[in-house]
Design a binder for this molecule. Structure first.
Ligand code: SF4
Length: 349
């Protein structure tokens, strides 16, 4: 594509600026934005309210990024896992999770691979390949919206977006925030900021930057252990940003935004699910405006780690709740189709 600009990577204001810099009008930029993000159109030829000559001129300077679907598989509960092929032949994954009362969630990736090497994760075990562009991030949502629409680019609609697929979103913050702006834009996909979740392993500088931006999105932090020794074992990033710094950044985020934080806790049999650790987690989070989301481990075939039995999971939840911490257990979905992040791509390598 050479020096050409990917139009799918630009939030509306940037798109208007780019059009004006190239002697097209802002009015045409708005039309193009509408085609791309409200109608899911991928080709200039389909933008029928733009004169053909103008479309050709734009196409000389710009292109429209398109993921192609390499594979998809549907679980009996309706969860669909997608494996996307990028233009440099890398692969990324996304998951569509249909829900009750129009709550349809997509979980999308922010990087090819990941450098953080969390012990329980299939993506991290392969290392980082590269950051995704904002166009590649947004197009996961656009392509899934097109796939699930019964007609054109319509119902059912994707209502929630979670950046919890492959990669660490805060390690690719600039592209992630541009993608979030596009996904949220009323003139485009129009998904409310409060329906967008960024999930981080705990990159402290990124949490502080997000706090400064004061967005109304949901910040989820992967906690997984209430002490530094165990957390560093499960998540090597804890050596760089230990719990004290992570919690200080969390408090700063809450103060700046007035929003509560979701702490995620992946429960792993005989590793981090004891009664003592539940109590320690409850006391660690005392006084912090938060809720906890317990995630029974989605076992990766050749890892030794397993999920605890249901009784242990429920006990962990009860202990947190006894200490006044709102706690939910994530419904396990799509495990038969390798729906945990990075598993499908891993099988293809
Ligand atoms: S859990 Fe997330 S941050 Fe950790 S290695 Fe996997 S993709 Fe990276």
């Amino acid at each position: 594509m050479g020096e050409k600009q990917d139009l799918k990577s630009l939030p509306r204001k940037e798109l208007i600026k780019w059009f004006e810099q190239h002697n097209f009008t802002g009015f045409r930029a708005k039309q193009v934005f509408n085609w791309l993000f409200k109608n899911g159109v991928d080709h200039f030829a389909e933008m029928t309210n733009l004169p053909a000559g103008l479309r050709d001129k734009i196409a000389e300077k710009a292109f429209i990024y398109r993921l192609s679907c390499q594979e998809s598989s549907k679980a009996t509960d309706g969860t669909i896992k997608y494996l996307w092929l990028l233009s440099d032949h890398e692969l990324i994954e996304s998951v569509y999770l249909p829900g009750e009362q129009g709550r349809n969630t997509v979980c999308i990736s922010s990087q090819v691979g990941c450098m953080l090497n969390c012990r329980f994760c299939a993506t991290g075990s392969g290392g980082l390949v590269r950051n995704l562009t904002s166009g590649e991030i947004v197009d996961q949502v656009l392509k899934m919206q097109a796939e699930i629409s019964q007609e054109g680019f319509g119902e059912p609609r994707i209502s929630n977006v979670v950046l919890m697929g492959m990669g660490e979103p805060l390690a690719n913050l600039e592209h992630v925030l541009a993608a979030v702006e596009i996904i949220n834009d009323r003139a485009g996909l129009n998904i409310g900021m409060r329906k967008i979740t960024i999930s981080t392993s705990g990159l402290v500088p990124g949490i502080r930057t997000l706090a400064e931006r004061d967005l109304q999105l949901v910040l989820a932090i992967s906690l997984n252990a209430p002490n530094n020794q165990l957390r560093s074992y499960l998540m090597p990033i804890n050596q760089k940003y230990p719990l004290e710094e992570l919690l200080a950044a969390s408090r700063y985020y809450i103060k700046k935004t007035g929003r509560r934080i979701t702490f995620e806790y992946v429960l792993i049999k005989d590793v981090n699910e004891s009664v003592q650790l539940a109590r320690a987690t409850a006391s660690l989070l005392q006084g912090i405006l938060c809720n906890v989301n317990l995630i029974p481990l989605n076992s990766v075939n050749d890892f030794k780690l397993k999920k605890p039995d249901r009784k242990r999971i429920n006990r962990f939840k009860e202990i947190l709740e006894e200490q006044g911490i709102e706690t939910t257990i994530r419904q396990e979905r799509g495990s038969k189709i390798e729906a945990a992040c990075g598993q499908l791509r891993r099988l293809k390598q």
